[in-house]
Design a protein around this ligand. Structure first.
Ligand SMILES: [Zn+2]
Length: 986
């Protein structure tokens, strides 16, 4: 049968189609989000309305500063970016809705090695050869700006509101100038000094290298050396323990007595040895030494080695090591030993957990000038940073008899033969291991202490700890983390031997090496950078950089070539963006210092939270933030890190815009991504994967369909004309508004505490339970069947309009596009063009009637009981729709039954029986309270003193409302309708 020939039964019979007389849903608000198209349209509407600008600058409330931590300007956005920026946006949008001036200036971290390397990698070797610092900087600048634009487009697509056209970039002139201001203030306060620190050094290219410039070729072999350092003094407790174990302390400290055994693969560092480090928690054995087999007699009688390594060492050293005494490493602290090659003694000290029993002896030869662990341990014990090696790798006079030998050539053999001559060389053999080479010259590198610039944390540690105590840390455990780190951290090395960064504005005297760095030079350079940017340091010679009177003697001075650690860049943002330092203005009047909130991943206790704190405390004596909120990291659904090799990476761009095959990877839209952010307890690490996305998409659809239902039933509603005053509303409607008020109150608290996942749960509960399962379920008859202007329909529409407007407001911080879409589809005029102009939803005080909850709960329980019986009749085929049923209820004296009876009395007392009646609420055609049981009972149940009996309703089914009524057929014009429907049509 074709459509044209299909007879419409009603039309064919010349009758009315009663379906057309119902008040059906009408709304352009679509069931499907069509996010790929609709979200950008909504964003265009916001832009055209200048909504963010108007609200963030024109709101009447207080200014609110959430200061953005700058992501690094390199690479594609990942879900970690989404978690961070969307959380910030939820907080900012909430603040804007609450009438605050929440201005958000986004930032990017633009300097540093990764970008420098990206640029270098993109160059041919010919181009690289011609590269100057300035041309490299210009390429890096262009690359960073390009990356910023790419990331910015992604952030905007997620619906994030910010000053996108005026972001802060750490490469901007004014930012760099403010950073120089921070550095200068620290210099003048005495917090900056120059000192030695070991760095990767390439003797072949005579320069320091960064990690990324190292390579580890196969086949590197070092000389592996075991040596004995003779003990000359023992701490008292250890001396006593040795004595009771049978080793006389005088004998132990005499020549040929006790020695500590060390192992090294860099014998050339032995002249720089200043300590032997042990792990305080490991066990060490003090052993009697004897030759094994036919070996020569050892030059010492006793040796200290890690207990766990003793047996292995017997084999490898060819000695028998008989344990005499076992002690913890901490008991060895305070031993003094004689350097085997030079005339000096040094201590045994406690190193750290870097000392293991994986190789060697468990006692580590420590040369603070030639290793990072050594350096750090040396600082704890105030050891000098001895570095008897020059730029070319040649040992200096400080290396005594080895001066003039080179670490890559003859130093090792010379030192080994000298050691052998002392009899203290226990063993030597070639040792293959991973070793860093210079990526350009392909020659081995060394660790070498060089002059670096430091911020002396010691100088303001106490002030930093006090500042930490004055900040509110969320979660509170964040405070312990940063406190521990700041308590323990050594001085901050802020200089880098790189080109792409902010210059350390210092001059050195060409002859004496004297440093020129004072208020006059700092102020002058700051002014030059404010005007020309950091490039000026490379563009001009000393004469062009020095102020008077120094400029006249410019030839004496050499400008420094170091740049600042990028953590100093981003750690100065409170000055560069919030105007937290004299002479620099905040980027916008709404931004203030200290900021109200910093919000980043929990790794930033080590990073940006800390660098910002240190610079701010050093300059101003206070933290740059009042509150710090942290979030965890994004994992897959099984709690694993996302990685390409595992194939478990969720790409936010694909989630939002869809993949190549949209059947497999649909475009869920930014709101689903945002809903995910709101759904997770981000105080810990958070999962994301395809299963979670599907669940979120379901929740999104539920909320959307609920909103669509509310909108669709309001198409003929004109609030001024049709709205029913609150006091005239039926009980059911007042209950719905009480639930709405409770939701508003709860969500307000959730947002205040940044517990968005509670909002996520409350929202679902409200849409699914309160609205769909209860209120709207009961309201169908009121909305569809009643006359359009009848009280029972208008009162319901009143509630729907009050609820939908507030629902839009409550979801606006998270589901911002959907909220705006709802607002644009309100079928009646409202004063505000955007949901964001309406402000945070509120509930009038009379809505709060918590006493309505208890009777409603009883009736809801009764509905559930009745529904179970109806369901059993339906599944038994005895009944179709619930409207075919008649329900009889009987109550005993049981407690639950009494409470339900009270609830029914409450309902009975309503002034609006056309709405507040139990038969309608149970969705049945007839209800009988007490009396005799129906003739033919289809189902019967008794629970908690309530007896429910189900029978067929009397009468026939009305063709229009589907109720079973006994008055059908009495109206000749509409013989198939009930009296109520006839009245509606009349
Ligand atoms: Zn009817």
């Amino acid at each position: 049968m074709t459509a044209s020939s299909a007879p419409n039964s009603a039309a064919a019979a010349g009758q009315i189609s009663y379906k057309d007389t119902l008040n059906l849903l009408q709304t352009p608000f679509s069931m499907r989000a069509n996010a790929k198209q609709r979200e950008p349209e909504i964003q265009a509407f916001w832009a055209e309305q200048r909504l963010y600008e108007r609200l963030s600058q024109g709101n009447h409330g207080e200014a609110f500063t959430l200061h953005d931590g700058p992501p690094y300007a390199n690479g594609a956005l990942h879900v970690g970016h989404a978690l961070n920026k969307i959380l910030k946006d939820i907080i900012n949008k909430t603040a804007l809705l609450q009438g605050k001036r929440a201005r958000f200036v986004p930032g990017w971290d633009c300097h540093g090695l990764p970008i420098e390397l990206k640029v270098l990698q993109g160059l041919s070797s010919a181009e690289r050869a011609e590269l100057t610092p300035l041309s490299l900087r210009r390429k890096a600048h262009a690359y960073a700006l390009e990356q910023v634009e790419g990331q910015k487009a992604g952030f905007r697509r997620w619906g994030i509101w910010a000053d996108w056209d005026q972001p802060y970039l750490t490469l901007q002139k004014r930012y760099e100038a403010a950073q120089i201001g921070v550095f200068g203030a620290m210099v003048l306060a005495g917090h900056i000094y120059r000192g030695l620190k070991p760095v990767h050094w390439s003797p072949s290219s005579r320069t320091a290298l960064a990690e990324a410039e190292l390579e580890y070729p196969d086949g590197h072999t070092s000389p592996s050396v075991y040596a004995a350092f003779p003990v000359v003094a023992l701490p008292d407790a250890l001396a006593a323990a040795l004595a009771s174990a049978g080793l006389n302390p005088e004998q132990a400290t005499a020549a040929g007595g006790l020695a500590v055994a060390i192992w090294t693969t860099t014998p050339w560092t032995l002249p720089a040895n200043l300590a032997v480090s042990v792990n305080g928690r490991l066990n060490y054995a003090i052993c009697a030494v004897a030759a094994a087999g036919e070996g020569p007699a050892p030059a010492i009688s006793h040796l200290v080695v890690a207990e766990e390594l003793r047996e292995g060492l017997e084999t490898s050293l060819g000695l028998s090591l008989t344990p005499l005494l076992s002690v913890k490493g901490e008991a060895l602290e305070g031993i003094h030993y004689r350097h085997p090659l030079l005339e000096r003694t040094s201590p045994v000290v406690i190193g750290g957990d870097y000392i293991t029993t994986e190789a060697g002896t468990g006692l580590v030869h420590t040369a603070p000038g030639h290793g990072v662990d050594d350096f750090n341990t040396g600082r704890k014990y105030n050891l000098p940073v001895l570095c008897p090696v020059d730029e070319a790798g040649t040992l200096t006079a400080e290396a005594g008899p080895f001066a003039g030998t080179n670490v890559l050539k003859d130093a090792n053999p010379a030192i080994l033969s000298a050691l052998e001559a002392t009899g203290l060389l226990l063993k030597q053999e070639p040792y293959a291991h991973r070793y860093p080479y210079d990526w350009r010259t392909k020659k081995p590198t060394i660790f070498r202490a060089t002059e670096q610039w430091f911020a002396s944390v010691e100088g303001f540690r106490q002030a930093a700890l006090e500042a930490i105590a004055a900040v509110e840390w969320l979660p509170a455990s964040g405070r312990n983390r940063i406190e521990a780190m700041v308590s323990e951290r050594g001085d901050w090395c802020i200089s880098r031997q790189r080109t792409w960064g902010v210059p350390i504005p210092v001059f050195y005297h060409r002859d004496t090496g004297e440093v020129l760095l004072n208020a006059a030079t700092l102020e002058h350079i700051q002014g030059l950078i404010a005007e020309h940017g950091g490039d000026v340091w490379w563009e001009r010679d000393e004469a062009g950089l020095l102020p008077e009177p120094y400029a006249a003697d410019a030839a004496q001075w050499r400008k420094g070539t170091d740049t600042m650690d990028v953590w100093f860049d981003s750690g100065s943002s409170w000055a560069g963006v919030l105007g937290g330092i004299a002479g620099s203005e905040s980027r916008a009047p709404e931004l203030h210092y200290p900021a109200d909130l910093y919000l980043e991943g929990s790794d930033q206790h080590r990073g940006w939270f800390q660098s910002s704190l240190l610079t701010s405390v050093a300059v101003n004596g206070k933290a740059p933030y009042k509150r710090v909120l942290t979030h965890g990291f994004t994992l897959d659904e099984k709690g694993r890190k996302m990685s390409k090799s595992l194939g478990n990476v969720v790409d936010p761009a694909v989630l939002v815009e869809g993949g190549k095959n949209e059947k497999q990877e649909p475009a869920y839209g930014a709101d689903v991504l945002r809903l995910w952010v709101s759904s997770v307890d981000y105080s810990a690490d958070v999962p994301l994967g395809p299963g979670i996305v599907k669940q979120l998409a379901d929740v999104y659809r539920k909320v959307r369909n609920t909103a669509r239902y509310l909108l669709g039933n309001l198409h003929d509603f004109v609030p001024e004309r049709d709205a029913v005053p609150y006091n005239d509303l039926p009980l059911l409607d007042q209950w719905m508004l009480q639930r709405t008020a409770a939701l508003i109150d709860a969500v307000g608290g959730d947002f205040e505490r940044f517990e968005f996942y509670r909002f996520f749960q409350a929202l679902q509960n409200f849409c699914v339970v309160d609205l769909s399962n209860v209120y709207l379920d009961i309201a169908k008859d009121r909305l569809y069947v009643s006359g359009a202007a009848e009280f029972r329909r208008r009162s319901c529409q009143t509630v729907l309009s009050l609820v939908v407007e507030r629902l839009a407001g409550l979801i606006a911080p998270v589901l911002c596009h959907m909220a705006e879409d709802i607002w644009q589809n309100l079928p009646y005029p409202v004063a505000e063009a955007s949901v964001f102009e309406r402000g945070w939803p509120s509930a009038p005080e009379p809505w709060r009637q918590p006493q309505l909850e208890a009777p409603m709960e009883r009736i809801a329980a009764l509905r559930a009981l009745v529904n179970r019986q109806l369901e059993s009749c339906r599944s038994g085929g005895q009944l179709g729709a619930s409207l075919e049923a008649c329900v009889q209820l009987e109550f005993s004296a049981a407690e639950a039954s009494n409470a339900t009876r009270d609830a029914l009395a409450w309902l009975e007392g309503s002034a609006h029986p056309s709405v507040d009646n139990l038969a309608d609420w149970l969705l049945v055609s007839q209800l009988q309270l007490g009396g005799s049981a129906p003739a033919a009972v289809l189902a019967e149940a008794n629970e908690e003193g309530i007896t429910v009996r189900i029978a067929k309703a009397d009468g026939q089914k009305c063709e229009r409302c589907w109720h079973y009524e006994t008055d059908i057929g009495q109206h000749s014009s509409h013989p198939t309708l009930c009296g109520r429907c006839v009245a509606v049509l009349g």
